[in-house]
Design a protein around this ligand. Sequence first.
Ligand code: AMP
Length: 548
Amino acid sequence: MLQGMMQDRPLSVPSIIDYAGELYPDVEVVSATLEDGIHRYGYGAARRRIAQLAHGLRALGVKPGDRVATLAWNGYRHFELYYAIAGIGAVCHTINPRLFEGQLEYVVNHAKDTLLCFDLTFAPIVKKMQGQWHDGLRYVAMTDAEYMPNDEELPELLCYESLLAGQPEHFEWVEVDERAAAGLCYTSGTTGDPKGALYSHRSMVLHALCCIATGIESHRAGKRILPVVPLFHVNAWGLPHSAPLAGTGLIFPGAKLDGASLFDLMEAEAVNSAWGVPTVWLGLLDEMKKRERLPKGLEMVLIGGSAAPQWMIEAFERDYGAEVIHGWGMTEMSPVGTTSMLSPGMKAESQDQRIAYKATQGRRVFTVDMKIVDAEGKTLPQDGQASGELKVRGPFIASGYFDDEAATKAAIDAGGWFSTGDVAKITPDGFLQLVDRTKDLVKSGGEWISSIDLENIAMAHPAIGNCAVIAVPHPKWDERPLLCVVKAEASDPSKEEILAYVGERVAKWQIPDDVVFLESLPMTATGKISKRTLRQQLEGYRLPGMEG
Ligand code: AMP
């Protein structure tokens, strides 16, 4: 084989902040902080503080390969940790504070974190958990001397700003192999222990480049992105890397994620695009309805993490004139796998058609290969009809789970494909249509009913605030769909009315057998509806006519 003669320089995470600091020193990172109102600086100043932090971490004895954990909101200190930890060759382990106690215990001990940096909001978690976490773990409060808690339950607590104080503003990043780990994020998982996706420098840089390569308008120098998606969940969809690389500003919302706070922050900071899961946009849309407008300057809303219902896409695009981009991905995919970016020809089609494209999960980003397979593992046609389990591969898709052989074996097949656990169709022009999670499909009389489809339809009913469909056992059909509904504010729909509404839009055999009204739906740590908990809550439920 004739080898190319190009230099083999490693891709590295800290090279991104070097680049942004050099080319876009004034492009701002703005943070709504817990203690001090709005904090703002440019990528130039961020880079200098990141160098100081890297010195501070090294002075504490953090070594290449060590795991340093974070328990924090979206803010500039969290952003700095991403780069400083990777810059000294260590691994930034972002922890989701919404994990259950047993999961929090597991992830810190499994990762063997050496240091844990936390926002003051999460001090109660640290106090509660420290007895269950391994010895030798040290703690850093992400604040300055003025706000340091004087708490005897937190002895030997280190202060973030003291780590930086007086340190040089330049750091020679530790040069590591581009395949070395730089980030770690555990999936909260619906069964069993959480599993760790271990990202490398190479995977993170390639992911950022491939996201920008979709041509998305949010990533232009000088534009401003608001990541509502947390830095503790799959690197906030890679935004802390892709935004600086593109010269795009970052507006971090901190702890206030309700519709009104987001609306005000977007407007005050001239945000162009906002990124988050559908539940977040329910809150923002309510606020927009009250104020009868879009936050000034908002051009684009990115919806991912769960299916974006068609009514939501229509509300943003038709009623308010903001563009929606729908994306699909997974923690194990860094996470972006597909986006609903349209080709120029598709953009010229009717609005109805454009919205129909966007109601799918979209098309793959560069380097992500996808296929659907049947129960025997045979590849199915991409004809928009056949549905099967979705498998993926690519340079920013997990090749296994951190220190977990059993989970790795279950997820990766002999050909190196990763099993997503999603059931999907793929159209001839490459649009991914997610049918369901394998575990959430309703198996009725040998046919599959998609819970996602039913939810999307029901959500368009104005009297439904939120809803979820789960399978319940049925003696004849095996399983039947049950629609669980949270009523919209000041609405009181009847079961019959809702079933009639859904019945007009699906085949008769797909109509849910019953509706139950709930005060709220259980959520997972990542803001998705937890169907597992919902199934447990409704375990004793019997369909009408089957009680007793
Ligand atoms: P997580 O790793 O926690 O981000 O969860 C990944 C899973 O979320 C995927 O396997 C899908 O089941 C689901 N998911 C993510 N994005 C979407 C989307 N746009 N539509 C439907 N499901 C999604």
